[in-house]
Design a protein around this ligand. Structure first.
Ligand code: HEM
Length: 473
């Protein structure tokens, strides 16, 4: 039960269950979300749970969220909690870099995710989607999660990693990414350097990836030098790799090869599972909602009559039904269910002070379902985000699909374009329906996606090789 923390500047209340220490560990391992919900019911929006030797302080509700997201890096730090990423992203990259350098690296990464770059990514996303879905039969069933995971890594490799990788080395690189992925499991969070076979493969893959990139980066730097000297050289490519190569730290230094590769891997990892999962849930819910599906189809017709058949940054921006469907999906099924920081300086919130040394925790999953933040929180209802609806009444930091504050997601715009492109192409090309019951979330995964079958049935409206006029008749 709850032990009162006293407020008035004291530490938050402690919540504990069962046997001291062991009870909490068991409850957390069995079902962390249920434990957090019970803590919230007993103590309110701020409380501490002791798990092993760690004090974890949970922050639930708009005011507690603000205390988390408005903090500076000097107050709430990410270094400790994201240390497990260092062997994957590499030495001297983001969470392994001292804070001033890390913040510059994030700023340089953000240059490749700004609107002008997003506009250039759209045709690449569209081309990848069309090629991918063109390879499907005229009719059949498919596991949506598997299919969209493949498609998203193809798109990411084109927009982020560059044409050289996408066109010549894709098979090799996807194998290396798989090995990096396998080296980033829950065990690796606790003990990132444990000499397991998976960790050895992870380290070998990171090294191989760098070696693979060495000649590519060398050629790009040579072409940059030629262009700078006014010599004949092809135009600079429009991708994240090129933006990183051209970017400079404040002291004028360029990133070295290892830093460039590390930033690419970091961006890939931030976007890969999150986007695959979100595009899958969005479709699984949309295909089970006759009204939303009808609205999404009508929206495609309306957008085509305004913008023509081509999918562009502007036409995707006009797809509000799809936008709200994805936003609502992230409220109910956030792939990153916990966000963590170490408390460096005592952090006041709601009459308490969280002591330094605690781990501050936000649960996007629990908070997305809080009735104090969202009416009927277990109902998938994209219309809740329609203009003039409850959104206007919500406090800042109620909605946490992309986190918030200074470390809010940098890829939000990219992710919306990616997911909307996929569903625009699918809805325009096929008649679709969901098969079987809706999957449940796999809360045991690092990035939480659907567990089990995600089957859909598709039928091409215009059979391949068929004549559109004949098909319409
Ligand atoms: C951070 C979610 C896609 C790049 C975050 C955070 C969340 C999030 C919740 C905050 C983490 C924290 O506070 O500790 C998502 C979801 C996505 C998505 C749900 C897809 C639907 C992407 C993509 C990219 C990306 C496609 C890049 C191409 C980043 C980066 C950060 C971040 C670089 C760290 C920002 C910082 O710490 O300053 N994301 N993300 N994300 N995301 Fe995303």
């Amino acid at each position: 039960g709850a032990v009162a923390g006293g407020g008035g500047g004291g530490p938050p209340p402690m919540y504990s269950e069962g046997l001291p220490l062991i009870g909490n560990i068991l409850a957390f391992m069995r079902d962390p979300l249920a434990l957090v919900r019970r803590g919230h019911a007993a103590c309110g929006g701020v409380f501490t749970i002791r798990i092993a030797h760690k004090r974890m302080t949970f922050l639930l509700g708009a005011v507690p969220h603000a205390a988390f997201f408005r903090a500076t890096d000097e107050q709430l730090d990410q270094t400790e909690v994201y240390r497990f990423s260092v062997p994957v992203f590499g030495k001297g990259v983001v969470y392994d870099a001292p804070l001033p350098k890390r913040l510059q690296q994030f700023r340089l990464l953000s240059l490749s995710l700004r609107v002008n770059m997003l506009e250039t990514y759209v045709p690449m996303m569209v081309a990848e989607c069309e090629a991918f879905f063109n390879a499907w039969a005229d009719e059949g069933e498919v596991e949506l999660f598997d299919a969209l995971s493949q498609l998203i890594i193809l798109t990411a490799s084109r927009c982020l990693m560059g044409r050289e990788i996408r066109e010549n080395l894709f098979g090799q690189v996807s194998r290396l990414i798989h090995d990096l992925d396998e080296g980033m499991q829950p065990l690796s969070v606790l003990a990132p350097y444990l000499p397991t076979a998976a960790h050895r493969r992870r380290d070998a893959a990171r090294e191989e990836l760098r070696a693979l990139y060495t000649p590519i980066i060398k050629a790009r730097r040579a072409a940059d030098a030629d262009r700078a000297a006014g010599a004949d050289a092809p135009a600079a490519p429009d991708d994240m790799l090129q933006t990183l190569l051209e970017s400079r730290y404040r002291d004028g230094r360029a990133m070295d090869d290892n830093e460039v590769v590390g930033m690419l891997v970091a961006a890939l990892f931030a976007g890969q599972h999150t986007s695959s999962i979100t595009s899958t849930w969005t479709g699984l819910e949309l295909l089970r909602s006759p009204t939303q599906l009808a609205a999404a189809l009508a929206e495609q017709d309306a957008v085509r009559s305004t913008f023509g058949d081509e999918l562009t940054y502007a036409s995707l921006g006009a797809m509000n039904v799809l936008h709200r469907a994805m936003k609502e999906t992230l409220r109910m099924y956030p792939p990153l269910i916990f966000l963590l920081r170490s408390v460096v300086t005592p952090r006041p919130v709601g009459g308490y002070v969280i002591p330094s040394g605690d781990v501050a925790m936000v649960s996007t999953q629990v908070s997305g379902r809080l009735p104090e933040l969202f009416d009927e929180p277990d109902v998938w209802d994209p219309e809740r985000f329609a203009p003039g609806r409850e959104e206007d009444r919500r406090a800042p930091f109620s909605y946490l699909g992309f986190g918030g504050g200074r470390h809010g997601c940098m890829g939000e715009g990219f992710a919306y374009l990616q997911v909307k492109t996929i569903w625009a192409v699918l809805l325009r090309t096929f008649d679709l329906r969901a098969v079987g019951p809706l999957a449940a979330p796999d809360f045991g995964a690092m990035v939480v996606g659907p567990k089990g079958a995600t089957t859909i049935h598709y039928r091409r409206r215009v059979p391949r090789g068929g004549d559109p006029a004949a098909a319409a008749a």
